[in-house]
Design a protein around this ligand. Structure first.
Ligand SMILES: C[S@@+](CC[C@H](N)C(=O)[O-])C[C@H]1O[C@@H](n2cnc3c(N)ncnc32)[C@H](O)[C@@H]1O
Length: 246
């Protein structure tokens, strides 16, 4: 390991024990979620509903994994699809897979979003399926697409209830290739006050983190990559970066 990499690693380990920094990060998350901080950003012109720290983590993963296929649940305005496609385009420009694709799933792809995604220069790397991500006919189509891909990365960001995310994990986590990641977004719900989600079906005790915990309890082929949590500190996916290790 180069000295620079060792220094980064040591800083990340130190972050884990830095209670002042951890508490500042927690307070920032708590105070920024309801004002809609994650809705303030765009990627190559399309709104992306993410925190910038998580976008950087995804860039690092897409570079290191060099996936041929990225499966994403939850399209919304298409920002995360355009982001992933643009990272695959950069990978290709740097000698990575030339034909890598993103497959997006959403129960409701609004016409204006669909048209804007289709009109985007990155659309050549994107395909979309409309339907519930846990509907058997959608799962079958995704499995068929993944069958030919050597390296697959999965991102779950749709309905954030425990049962839905657990069903998504059962359907799509097994498609994650060894060494790649299944990222479960909005695990942060578990760590926030229950009063923050009055009009949502999810909240503490019923959310992506509780689903990921249950899935991990009987899937030892995955582990939480704690180094990503400790690096980001500000993330809507704490304990949600699941690495496939076997
Ligand atoms: C948080 S947004 C996705 C944000 C997007 N990944 C981004 O970063 O810009 C959640 C999306 O999940 C979709 N959704 C909700 N329930 C779903 C389901 N059962 N199956 C698939 N998508 C669903 C919603 O329609 C919405 O577009």
């Amino acid at each position: 390991m180069k000295p620079f990499d060792e220094e980064v690693k040591a800083r990340i380990v130190a972050n884990a024990g830095n209670t002042a920094l951890g508490s500042s990060a927690y307070n920032f998350l708590k105070d920024s979620l309801n004002p809609g901080y994650s809705y303030n950003f765009s990627w190559l012109g399309r709104p992306i509903i993410q925190y910038p720290q998580d976008i950087i983590a995804m860039q690092e993963l897409i570079w290191s994994v060099q996936p041929q296929l990225i499966i994403e649940t939850g399209i919304a305005h298409g920002g995360s699809l355009i982001f992933s496609a643009s990272m695959l385009e950069l990978n290709a420009a740097c000698g990575g897979p030339s034909d890598a694709q993103v497959l997006g799933l959403d129960i409701d792809i609004r016409a204006h979003n669909y048209d804007a995604i289709k009109a985007h220069p990155m659309s050549k790397r994107i395909s979309m399926l409309q339907g519930s991500s846990i509907a058997p006919e959608i799962i079958d189509q995704v499995k068929a697409r993944a069958a030919g891909a050597e390296r697959v990365l999965v991102s779950l960001d749709s309905n954030h209830t425990h049962d839905h995310v657990l069903a998504e994990l059962e359907a799509y986590a097994p498609l994650t290739s060894v060494g790649s990641y299944c990222i479960v977004f909005d695990t942060i719900v578990e760590d926030m006050p229950g009063s923050m989600f009055p009009d949502r079906p999810w909240g503490p005790g019923n959310n992506p983190k509780t689903a990921a915990r249950e899935y991990l309890s009987h899937h030892p082929e995955f582990e939480i990559d704690q180094s990503i949590n400790h690096k980001l500190l500000i993330s809507v996916a704490p304990d949600g970066y699941l690495k496939r290790i076997a």
